[in-house]
Design a protein around this ligand. Structure first.
Ligand SMILES: [Ca+2]
Ligand SMILES: [Ca+2]
Ligand SMILES: [Ca+2]
Length: 249
């Protein structure tokens, strides 16, 4: 066989392998709106992790807020439900067992403008035992209606949990505690000197209890939990962030 003939066969086989690979692994999923967040759980109890996508709804109460993508066990996902619609950007979807029944609950944000007012009243929407088919929920008012920047959920002693959030519009952070049976308290707020940028959870001093780490514009503060609520570490700015600027490069 001529060398050019072998080369041609090699090129054809290579093209065929590329086409097979493309058909096997490349596919597209269409969801109804731009995703803004995602979290993962086995929503149909088949042993494979599925995806919950949060969408930016804009101000439309009927725009899809959540899409459920079910894992087929072979590396593909199918969009099985995009019918859940409620107002609120879903930039923070959290799965947490907020009522200690052994089932993950989905925490989202929602809100509405009551008739005759211009205020956008905000709520946490907690879907109890969120799975592919059960979408029952309870709404919990945030108490302040400034834009929510980020949500986290933290385990507290005695099987209690706290949903915490920051607002860079209102310069504060707040939390709601859920007791061991899932009953919520009224929200508590801490005003800040500057806009909070981020909030996260970690065991800073490695004592087995988690603390909240709050990042403001130029500082980081640590908040630990006791029977009276969250207590800020002292001094306030245990870590000063200094930005160096130079006119010359
Ligand atoms: Ca699954
Ligand atoms: Ca639960
Ligand atoms: Ca700790």
């Amino acid at each position: 066989m001529h060398t050019w003939c072998r080369s041609l066969i090699y090129v054809v086989l290579l093209l065929i392998s590329v086409v097979i690979s493309t058909n096997t692994f490349a596919y597209e999923l269409q969801v109804p709106r731009q995703p803004a967040s995602a979290c993962f759980a086995d929503l149909n109890s088949d042993g494979f992790q599925d995806i919950i996508l949060g969408h930016k709804t804009g101000w439309g109460y009927t725009n899809p807020s959540i899409s459920i993508l079910i894992n087929d066990g072979f590396g593909r996902f199918n969009v099985v439900d995009s019918t859940l619609s409620f107002c609120g950007y879903q930039e923070n979807l959290i799965l947490h067992d907020i009522n200690n029944d052994g089932n993950l609950d989905l925490i989202a944000l929602t809100g509405y403008v009551p008739t005759g007012t211009s205020d956008f009243i905000q709520y946490f929407r907690v879907f109890n035992n969120f799975n592919q088919t059960n979408h029952t929920y309870t709404d919990y008012p945030l108490g302040r209606n400034n834009a929510v920047h980020k949500i986290i959920c933290m385990d507290l002693p005695f099987n209690e949990h706290a949903i915490c959030w920051i607002s860079n519009q209102g310069l504060f952070w707040g939390y709601i505690v859920f007791d061991d049976s899932g009953v919520a308290t009224t929200p508590t707020f801490y005003n800040l000197d500057s806009a909070p940028q981020d909030i996260t959870i970690t065991d800073v001093n490695q004592d087995g209890n988690s603390e909240i780490v709050l990042k403001e514009i130029n500082s980081i503060s640590i908040w630990s939990w006791n029977d009276s609520g969250f207590i800020e570490s002292s001094p306030k700015c245990w870590c000063k962030i200094i930005t160096h600027c130079s006119d010359t490069l």
